[in-house]
Design a protein. Structure first.
Length: 237
């Protein structure tokens, strides 16, 4: 992310949606660049550095998924997808193609801005090598492998720590089941979802005040998990 106002490229073929997004981002001190189709988006992304891309899937000249894949082929800029398509397999496909997050229309601007800030924080951690991550009362020190809740140390098994470590690297963003299984258990186990369910349950028992109503390790149904504070505790176990 730049030292000045972060630049967001908004890609949507509907002018009213672009105006809505521009107003919301500018209120949060973003600099906004607009594109109405895939080709103009590719030109915009190559002509100047951008810190974040927000793209609608329904573009007139190409599928948004193809655009995500093309951008990801040469850039690691955070990408948030907007779509009316809410199927879990569609979300998983976009995330596996390289999108950082997925927001279903209709959505509130506050939600999108929260996702945007999370994506930018993750990118900053990745490029700057930040040694720690804090999510609400949870603090993870990558250098010492120390995990604390409100300053109290939490004892984790190696697999529990590895799972938390991967989630923390993407804190605020959804991480798919397949990615977690590959990173924690290896490529041979990407279909062993029961491993993940067991260890998420174990991890919640150690980091959540009430594991039955998680506020930190949140479920994205049919897609994966997200490490992020949830003041409403809206996500189910």
């Amino acid at each position: 992310m730049t030292d000045t106002a972060p630049v967001v490229l908004v890609i949507d073929d509907e002018a009213r949606i672009r105006r809505f997004l521009r107003a919301g981002f500018e209120l949060e001190h973003f600099s906004v660049v607009e594109a109405e189709d895939g080709q103009s988006a590719l030109r915009a992304a190559t002509l100047r550095p951008v810190d974040l891309i927000v793209v609608d899937l329904g573009l007139p000249d190409m599928d948004g998924a193809d655009l995500v894949a093309r951008i990801r082929g040469w850039s690691d800029v955070p990408i948030i997808v907007l779509s009316v398509r809410s199927r879990e397999d569609e979300k998983v496909r976009l995330l596996e193609l390289g999108a950082d997050d997925y927001v279903v229309k209709p959505f509130g601007m506050a939600e999108l801005l929260a996702r945007a800030r999370a994506a930018l924080r993750r990118q900053a951690r990745s490029t700057q090598g930040e040694p720690t991550v804090s999510v609400g009362p949870l603090h993870i020190d990558f250098a010492t492998r120390m995990v604390t809740i409100d300053g109290e140390r939490v004892a984790l098994s190696p697999k529990e720590y590895r799972l938390l470590h991967v989630l923390a690297q993407h804190a605020g963003n959804v991480v798919t089941h397949q990615h977690l299984l590959k990173e924690v258990w290896g490529a041979r186990h990407v279909h062993n979802a029961h491993y993940l369910r067991i260890f998420v349950r174990k991890l919640r028992q150690k980091i959540e005040a009430d594991p039955t109503r998680p506020r930190l390790l949140l479920t994205e149904l049919g897609v994966g998990y997200r490490l992020a504070p949830d003041p409403e505790a809206s996500a189910g176990p």
